[in-house]
Design a protein around this ligand. Structure first.
Ligand code: SF4
Length: 59
């Protein structure tokens, strides 16, 4: 299963409706999740995943 880029700190949303998802590490904008493109072009899962800091919980 592809890595969930939404949980990665390198993921961002672009304003491009044709390619709404982006990855800062690979410098790509994609229609699908960037990790899917990475997998397609390299044949391997993305190795650069870094978990995004969660918003602090309210007490
Ligand atoms: S570094 Fe990997 S997991 Fe993170 S956004 Fe880019 S492709 Fe997705």
């Amino acid at each position: 299963m592809a890595i969930n880029c939404r949980k990665c700190k390198h993921f961002f949303i672009t304003w491009d409706t044709n390619a709404p998802y982006g990855c800062r590490i690979f410098g790509i904008k994609t229609k699908q999740m960037p990790s899917i493109e990475v997998f397609k072009s390299s044949g391997r899962e993305c190795l650069k995943f870094e978990k995004k800091d969660e918003a602090p919980q309210k007490k």
